[in-house]
Write a protein that binds this ligand. Structure first.
Ligand code: ADP
Ligand code: MG
Length: 517
């Protein structure tokens, strides 16, 4: 592995120096295990479903009974290809499975089938924003492997049980270059990666259930120095802990060095209760694993034709979609990024825009009023009680000057509570986001009428109101004529009140100015 270390080192010299912590630069590289969302395991037909009774989903292959042989799950390979395409990697036309040998109770074969020298996904890049700044983290590789079982420590009876349900669950291990320079950047990377794998649907992304587990390799150095020795924080399964663990680890390493000690390469665990990292074992080197090609599995061969077929079935990626939102809808990059945080948000936006043809207004409503209400009630946009076509029609009514902005908020709130009282939680599967439906339009319009919010478009009636208010407010009129602009606002307010909010303020303003010369 020392060769690998040297390449990492060479590659890091050209990168810009990161923010310093007490004079040290922080270097972080990630290894992420994403459980692939196949129904069955990577080399057997046992189910991968989470949460079953222990050992009910481990077949002879997973139990490593003598005479069993692994058979590659095509779905797992397809998901690896999809990932590679999503991050612009090279998909190896021929990759090799290897045995990684170690002894542990939850690994009945005594080795894990993984990929070592030739992984299926090679290179690639993950791009994201850290605040305003665009960052890119290069990937070294992503390889297919099997998950191990779980040791269940039953402290109250002083025994440890083994559950092999997880053994053989397909994993894609995604390895970065040590390109990250702060805990905040590391978390932003992990969030982006999480978005990518869930967006393309190769992983359910459930961090609590262990579907997406990150190991953070952390070292510190004085700027310009070679890379420092790293310690690897294992199994970070929440973004919050990730940040805390890295921050703690950085402080710990700097203190050690300042106290005159050398950092020893080690694997550490983060304890959320104490907020500390603790060494679990000194780090094994690749040689300790005695890797060798698995004679039970032939090389994994992927044809260009297969890659193209997978590519053809893949949905548009978030980054590509955001670029399209900027290009086709004229949205600012910020809006486009926000609206492509998930497929549901993006679909909601596009459906509402189809109904009203006002992308920027839709974006404002989604990021403003809608997000505020969703947050307040702790709802996901998929549970939003107002369907996107209704929001679209509402916006169209504002645009067509049928209702005022403030009236639209009233309609919005009424729609919201009506839906909420009808059903407790409405889940809107993506397929129901159909645009242009007449029913949404009718419902919104009839609600506007029920609430009596239609703006006064009859200029005759409006003029009459204006005249009445002018006659009744001689003081304001005199003041305005004497040059006091504020007096006009007072008059507009009077007219709006008299019209019960149904007058168009701009129209009122114009009429007043005309009448008062
Ligand atoms: P392993 O942990 O399996 O031995 P590697 O040696 O390939 O694997 O490195 C694993 C991870 O450690 C990679 O994500 C890499 O970017 C990161 N890494 C390597 N050297 C350093 C370092 N000095 N500081 C921080 N991260 C590092
Ligand atoms: Mg590692």
């Amino acid at each position: 592995m020392s060769e690998t270390m040297n390449t990492f080192e060479a590659q890091q010299q050209g990168r810009p120096t990161g923010p310093l912590v007490h004079g040290y630069e922080v270097i972080i590289g990630f290894e992420t295990h994403a459980q692939l969302s196949t129904a069955s395991k990577i080399f057997s037909r046992a189910s991968t479903a989470f949460g079953a009774e222990p050992n009910t989903q481990a077949c002879a292959v997973d139990l490593a009974l003598p005479g069993t042989l692994p058979v590659m799950n095509k779905g797992a390979v397809e998901r690896a290809i999809e990932f590679g395409l999503a991050v612009n990697s090279h998909i190896a036309e021929r990759s090799i499975f290897a045995r990684k040998n170690y002894f542990y109770p939850d690994l009945p074969k005594g080795y894990q089938i993984s990929q070592f020298e030739i992984p299926v996904v090679q290179g690639g890049v993950v791009e994201f924003f850290l605040g305003e700044e665009k960052k890119s983290v290069r990937l070294v590789r992503a390889h297919l492997e099997e998950d191990a079982g779980k040791s269940l420590h039953e402290d109250f009876i002083g025994q440890t049980g083994i559950d092999l349900n997880r053994a053989g669950t397909p994993l894609l291990e995604i390895v970065t270059e040590p390109d990250m320079r702060s805990s905040a950047e590391a978390v932003a990377y992990a969030k982006e990666l999480h978005k990518i794998v869930t967006w393309i649907g190769i992983c359910d992304g459930n961090m609590q259930e262990g579907s997406f587990r990150c190991d953070a390799n952390v070292s510190v150095r004085k700027p310009g120095q070679p890379l420092g020795t790293r310690r690897e924080i294992k199994n970070l399964n929440s973004f919050k802990f990730m940040q805390q663990a890295i921050d703690y680890e950085v402080r710990w390493q700097i203190e050690r060095i300042e106290d005159g000690h050398a950092i020893e390469q080690a694997t550490v665990l983060f304890n959320p209760d104490t907020g500390e990292t603790r060494a679990m074992r000194t780090k094994e080197d690749a040689a300790d694993y005695r890797y060798f090609p698995d004679p039970d599995l032939p090389p994994l061969c992927i044809s260009e034709q297969w890659i193209q077929q997978v590519r053809g079935l893949m949905a548009e990626l978030p980054r590509v979609m955001a670029e399209r939102f900027v290009r086709d809808y004229g949205l600012p990059e910020y809006d486009a990024t926000q609206l492509t945080q998930s497929k549901v948000i993006a679909t909601y936006f596009e459906t509402a825009t189809k109904a009203c043809g006002q992308p920027k207004l839709v974006s404002n409503w989604i990021m403003g009023e809608l997000s505020r209400r969703l947050n307040e009630e702790n709802l996901d946009i998929a549970q939003c009680p107002i369907s996107p076509d209704k929001l679209g029609w509402l916006i169209k009514l504002i645009e067509d000057k049928v209702i005022s902005n403030s009236a639209a908020k009233t309609v919005f709130n009424t729609l919201w509570s009506k839906a909420n009282s009808a059903v407790v939680s409405v889940t809107l599967p993506m397929v129901t986001f159909t645009a242009g439906g007449q029913s949404g339009k009718d419902e919104v319009e009839s609600l506007v009428d029920q609430l009596g919010l239609r703006q006064m478009n009859d200029t005759g009636a409006l003029e009459k109101l204006v005249d009445e208010v002018i006659a009744a407010n001689a003081k304001n009129v005199t003041e305005f004529k004497a040059g006091n602009e504020k007096a006009l606002n007072a008059l507009v307010g009077q007219i709006m009140k008299a019209s019960k909010g149904k007058a168009n303020p701009q129209q009122v303003n114009e009429l007043l100015r005309r009448k008062l010369g």
